[in-house]
Ligand binder design. Structure first.
Ligand SMILES: Cc1cc2nc3c(=O)[nH]c(=O)nc-3n(C[C@H](O)[C@H](O)[C@H](O)COP(=O)(O)O)c2cc1C
Length: 192
């Protein structure tokens, strides 16, 4: 068996954002979705506030989400800026995905600042993305501007906020390898 560090490094470096246009129609089984969510639950969390909250949309629920996102776009876009193509693409993207998970956080301002809760949520999302990669499921984090208007639809409590959507689907075409500028350009070493 390959050393754990080799497996971990391989999965981290192979992970890519895979977008709905590249998904096929194969359904991601509930057991797989649950595996991702279980691993999300192991994200670090300052003062153990455990802020991450998820709403899983599949089947008819997913259709209702698409309709709601399209409605918000229509209702909040001035007629002069409204694009029919953009409107259509909102439901199209949701249709292409097998499952869409709303990424929410429960905030505890009396305990930790918001950024720490969002950081914990992001760690949870990375756990999901790496688990998806290991299971050959395509996924990506989408953060459209209209997530600020989903409180009622998502049934969010006053101290909860939505930070985006995790789209999931199986895919065939291998993405290009990841592009990053070298880490050496981003690190300062202080040794004496
Ligand atoms: C917090 C967050 C929000 C993102 N929101 C979007 C988005 O709204 N639309 C999009 O196309 N990609 C979004 N992405 C995905 C990035 O575009 C993607 O990570 C980046 O292009 C690097 O590609 P890779 O994930 O394949 O390494 C988001 C990523 C993060 C971490």
């Amino acid at each position: 068996m390959a050393a754990e560090i080799n497996i971990l490094t391989e999965i981290i470096r192979r992970r890519r954002s895979i977008f709905p246009i590249n998904y096929n129609q194969e359904e991601v089984p509930v057991e797989v979705i649950k595996q991702l969510l279980e691993n999300a639950n192991y994200a670090p969390t300052h003062k153990l506030t455990e802020p991450s909250r998820f709403v899983v949309f599949r089947g008819e629920g997913k259709k209702r989400l698409g309709a709601e996102l399209a409605r918000i776009y229509k209702d909040t876009t001035p007629p002069a800026l409204f694009l029919q193509k953009k409107y259509n693409s909102i439901t199209e993207k949701i249709d292409q995905a097998s499952c869409v998970i709303a990424l929410n956080a429960q905030l505890h301002p009396e305990k930790v600042p918001e950024w720490e809760e969002v950081a914990s949520l992001a760690c949870a999302v990375q756990n999901m993305a790496l688990t998806a990669e290991a299971l050959n499921v395509g996924a990506y984090w989408s953060s459209p501007g209209l997530i600020t208007q989903l409180g009622e639809f998502l049934n969010l409590a006053e101290n909860e906020k939505c930070y985006g959507f995790f789209y999931m689907g199986y895919y065939e075409e291998e993405p290009a390898p990841v592009k990053r500028t070298p880490i050496a350009t981003k690190v300062t070493w202080v040794e004496d």
